[in-house]
Design a binder for this molecule. Structure first.
Ligand code: PLP
Length: 476
């Protein structure tokens, strides 16, 4: 059930300031931490080669060098977890279980919170949806219509209310409070920061409101965790979900962290070996969480590298992440803002904090085609489309899609400057190549860029089916 509490609000879409004086952004900003592939060279359609400007951290971030080093160190000891008496099995088990403690510490979890390793945030939120109390009167789930699909679809299969965002962030929080006043809920599911605009939500305030009305809160921290310190205890947040591949550990693990009781009582998420205490042919005694939900062989290297990334981020001096990303974001917003016809997406005019995610459109240019141009002619990687947030893009009036540039610890001022210069060149000179739709995606035509020799060796020649398989799984 979807309940609309109020008429849909008109989006607030400020035009990016034009002709504004340049901010003091001419000082070079270096990467904060080394990432694997930070200097990888990519081919252009004109035959040239350039350093890849990765401005797509919000989709998947590169591995930190420290994370890759940890992986290399751990690989020789890779073995079964919880299942072997051999030395390497015991090392693997220790790696896996100590990763839980690292993740819990990284998120400021309470001593009795549980860390369940999952595949990613989507998996973690589906796990929580599976663990919602089902007894009569338990209450439903409340979420905003600005959420990523991962924090929307799992709840659609449960009793739920979708609250439309208001013109302001303060008004949006008030709408959540109104929904809770109207009828108690079991859970408020909210993102830590928007994957479209980077705007950060006032989590502590929303948690206080949820708790005052007897509801719990889960934070979708897929975007927030790589960019801001999260302290579940201080924020009084019940559950946090996040993904390794967005926090510099792209090895297939994520986590759901939070209160034990629902997780201990829930039907096992993934029934199988490792999730049980005793199995009979008709009756099974299940383990408590976290093992209850981790049936099958655990992803020890995913968990260990996720923990390594958490350690590396936690070891940064206080404020370093914010300062690095803030400078680059400001540079990007100022640079794009000087270009006529570039509009930045924003949900709320009164939001004050943002992570390094900037989404924009270039008037008169299809966003997918701009993204193809940036890649083919400039070696710049951005994301285009609707960012798995269809309701939000529709609400903002950009149902045709937009372009997202996102930053991380490996980003530099050179990446940002190249993007701004490329958009300016597009506006002044136009495209230097032809583009056509290929399986629904814009692509240069012809596309003479050679695949890396190692790729052809590993995969054989690409064919049309590969391209089709590469089309957006998100409906863009
Ligand atoms: N939540 C937000 C805010 C996201 O940006 C994403 C991914 O882009 C997800 C959830 C889903 O993350 P994953 O694909 O790792 O499950």
């Amino acid at each position: 059930m979807t309940v609309t509490l109020d008429a849909p609000c008109t989006p607030t879409l400020p035009a990016a300031p034009t002709g504004s004086p340049a901010a003091p952004v001419d000082r070079a900003v270096a990467p904060l931490l080394p990432v694997v592939g930070g200097d990888v060279a990519v081919p252009l359609v004109d035959g040239d080669t350039v350093r890849y400007a990765n401005l797509d951290y919000a989709a998947s971030s590169p591995a930190l060098e420290a994370v890759a080093a940890h992986l290399t160190q751990a690989l020789p000891y890779y073995s079964s977890v919880h299942r072997g008496a051999g030395f390497t099995s015991q090392v693997s088990t220790q790696l896996y279980e100590s990763a839980r403690r690292t993740v819990a510490d990284f998120l400021g979890a309470r001593a009795d919170d549980v860390v369940v390793f999952t595949r990613n945030t989507t998996d973690a939120l589906n796990l929580l949806a599976n663990a919602l109390p089902g007894h009569p009167g338990a209450g439903d789930v409340i979420f905003l219509d600005s959420e990523h699909h991962a924090n929307l679809l799992p709840w659609q299969g449960r009793a739920h209310r979708c609250v439309p965002v208001s013109h302001t962030l303060a008004g949006t929080v008030e709408r959540l409070a109104d929904a809770l006043r109207e009828r108690p809920a079991a859970l408020v599911a909210v993102t830590g920061s928007s994957n479209v605009t980077g705007e950060i939500l006032p989590i502590a305030r929303i948690a206080a409101i949820a708790h005052a009305h007897g509801a719990r809160i889960v934070v979708d921290a897929a975007q927030l965790a790589p960019h801001r310190r999260i302290d579940m205890t201080a924020l009084d947040v019940d559950y946090v979900a996040f993904s390794g591949h967005k926090i510099y550990a792209p090895f297939g693990a994520g986590a759901l962290v939070g209160r034990r009781d629902w997780l201990d009582e829930a039907t096992p998420y993934l029934a199988g070996g490792g999730a049980v205490r005793e199995v009979g042919t008709e009756r099974t005694e299940w383990a408590a969480a976290p093992q209850r939900h981790e049936g099958g062989t655990p992803n020890v290297l995913g968990a260990a590298t996720l923990a390594a990334a958490c350690r590396a981020i936690a070891a940064l001096p206080a404020g370093a992440l914010e300062a690095h990303e803030g400078q680059l974001r400001e540079r990007l917003v100022t640079g794009l803002g000087r270009l006529p016809g570039v509009r930045l997406l924003q949900i709320w005019p009164d939001s004050t904090e943002r992570i390094g995610v900037v989404t924009f459109v270039v008037t008169g240019h299809d966003s997918g085609r701009v993204a193809a141009y940036l890649s083919a002619e400039h070696g710049i990687g951005v994301r285009d489309g609707r960012f798995c947030a269809h309701p939000l893009l529709t609400r903002l009036g950009y149902g045709d899609g937009a372009i997202r540039a996102s930053l991380g610890v490996g980003s530099s001022s050179d990446d940002v400057d190249r993007l701004v210069a490329a958009i300016e060149q597009l506006q002044v000179d136009g495209e230097g190549w032809d583009y056509a739709l290929d399986h629904g995606r814009w692509a240069p035509t012809p596309d003479p860029r050679p695949a890396a020799p190692w790729l052809a060796e590993a995969t054989g020649p690409a064919d049309a089916t590969d391209a089709a398989a590469g089309a957006s799984p998100c409906g863009d």
